[in-house]
Design a binder for this molecule. Structure first.
Ligand SMILES: NC(=O)c1ccc[n+]([C@@H]2O[C@H](COP(=O)([O-])OP(=O)(O)OC[C@H]3O[C@@H](n4cnc5c(N)ncnc54)[C@H](OP(=O)(O)O)[C@@H]3O)[C@@H](O)[C@H]2O)c1
Length: 422
């Protein structure tokens, strides 16, 4: 028997309890023992929830201090309180399963130190139902990981898919996502790129042994994208995805989340709607790809239960994929240490010499133009959007050039830029 406590019996916790019951025979056969929910911890114990089949409490000490409980399954979310509860569980020698990417983004190394030889599993924290943690920690562990590129925020991907397929505006796409329950009332966390960044940091620890926090990496949301950007992308065979990217170059690893133009031929460009996809390149295996539901109670619970089964089977895997105390020789690249092709959008007064002067500033900053398009902006007939793409350039050069371009007399708004991922 494996006795567990659910700290959080909401969307995911409720689905875990439900699936453990509905698939009990199968799960017991696979785990080699019965997995039983002994108690649940919630915020509001008086709320009507139907017959769960186990008692509820609001005091987490009742489970972390109960010698009968083997595993504390943290499914409440948030950072500080969850960290307090999980730390207390580990101090009391409980195994832990969690789906909490926010807590892990900030505290995974402290938790690793507390856990040491105790099982600590978190498959559901990245890309919901996709076994991407297991892929990096186990399946690909003979490889140096060269890159990871993930579409790992369903809200952003749903919105971008709608903006491409139906040409709806950003605001309309957001309204639809909220209506369908894919976006929170305050969507900043998703559309600002922070949710994907938390997940990327977890993947970066497994792939590279890198301890980075959200503030250390480049995080850019999708809020500045316009219908002109979509049209440009379409015209040149690209789509736009919010990508979480980890790339190893020599002894440096670049970690970043931002919207990117990506050719439609790439597998990851085909990840649509709320689905998630992650492409991982290993030095020996080449490119591998993982696709599936990134959220939703049942898909996420599927990963939580896989972790519980692993614990029931007695699997002992180092929490972050390396033996405790591993000193990675890799270091985090600076936020602006990026070379890329770029797409640039500049709102200009439609007068003679605009392109020549813009090109001169770019050339002075070591940037050469690949393609140019000029689109009239409908709101003012004498204004136009100048849309450019560049050859590979250094990001610091590009930022410098955009600052100079913003100062040119005919430029009507700060230029916008999107990286082209190739
Ligand atoms: N939903 C998904 O699709 C999904 C996907 C991947 C990962 N996750 C992660 O899974 C975790 C849970 O998400 P969820 O969607 O299931 O959340 P949820 O539906 O809001 O449920 C949260 C649960 O935690 C309880 N809770 C909240 N604060 C608490 C506190 N201070 N003390 C005790 N209990 C508390 C709530 O109690 P009450 O019931 O009394 O309110 C509720 O039962 C989060 O870390 C989330 O990031 C979710």
């Amino acid at each position: 028997m494996l006795n567990i406590a659910l700290v959080g019996v909401g969307t995911v916790g409720g689905a875990v309890a439900d699936i453990l019951e509905k698939n009990r025979a199968l799960i017991t056969a696979r785990a080699g023992k019965n997995i039983r929910v002994v108690k649940g911890v919630v915020k509001n114990a008086t709320r009507q929830r139907g017959d769960l089949g186990f008692p509820l409490t609001t005091d987490y000490r009742e489970v972390v201090e109960d010698p009968a409980i083997d595993v504390v399954v943290e499914l409440m979310g948030g950072v500080d309180k969850a960290f307090e509860i999980v730390s207390a569980a580990l101090r009391n020698k409980k195994a832990v399963v969690t789906a909490n990417k926010a807590m892990l983004a900030y505290h995974r190394y402290e938790l690793e130190e507390l856990a040491r030889d105790l099982p600590f599993m978190y498959e559901a924290s990245v890309a919901g139902g996709i076994p991407i943690i297991r892929a990096l920690r186990d399946g690909l562990c003979a490889n140096h990981i060269e890159s990871i590129r993930g579409v790992i925020n369903g809200t952003c991907n749903y919105m971008l898919t709608r903006m491409f397929d139906k040409r709806v505006s950003f605001d309309q796409a957001l309204k639809e996502a909220q209506g369908l329950g894919y976006a929170e009332a305050d969507p900043t966390f998703d559309i600002g790129g922070f949710d994907a960044a938390h997940k990327l940091l977890i993947l970066a620890s497994l792939a590279y042994g890198i301890d980075a926090k959200p503030n250390d990496i480049l995080i850019e949301g999708i809020g500045h994208l316009t219908d002109e950007d979509i049209a440009f992308a379409e015209e040149f065979g690209y789509t736009i995805k919010s990508l979480a990217i980890a790339k190893k170059v020599g002894s440096k690893v670049s970690l970043r989340v931002h919207p990117a133009l990506i050719t439609k031929k790439e597998v990851i460009a085909k990840v649509e709607g709320v689905m998630n996809g992650v492409a991982v390149v290993g030095d020996k295996v080449g490119e591998t790809f993982y696709y599936g539901a990134g959220a939703g109670g049942e898909a996420t619970a599927s990963s939580v239960i896989a972790d519980l089964i692993a614990i029931a089977r007695g699997e002992t895997t180092p929490m972050l994929g390396f033996s405790y105390g591993f000193d990675s020789q890799l270091t985090l690249a600076a936020k602006d240490d990026i070379t890329s092709k770029y797409y640039i959008r500049i709102l200009v007064e439609d007068v003679a010499g605009v392109l020549a002067q813009t090109a001169a500033v770019l050339a002075k900053n070591n940037i050469s133009i690949e393609t140019v398009l000029q689109r009239k902006k409908r709101v003012k007939k004498e204004w136009a959007n100048l849309l450019l793409s560049t050859h590979i350039a250094r990001e610091t050069d590009l930022i410098g050039a955009l600052h100079e371009i913003a100062e040119l007399g005919f430029v009507k708004a700060p230029p916008a830029m999107i990286r082209i991922e190739s």
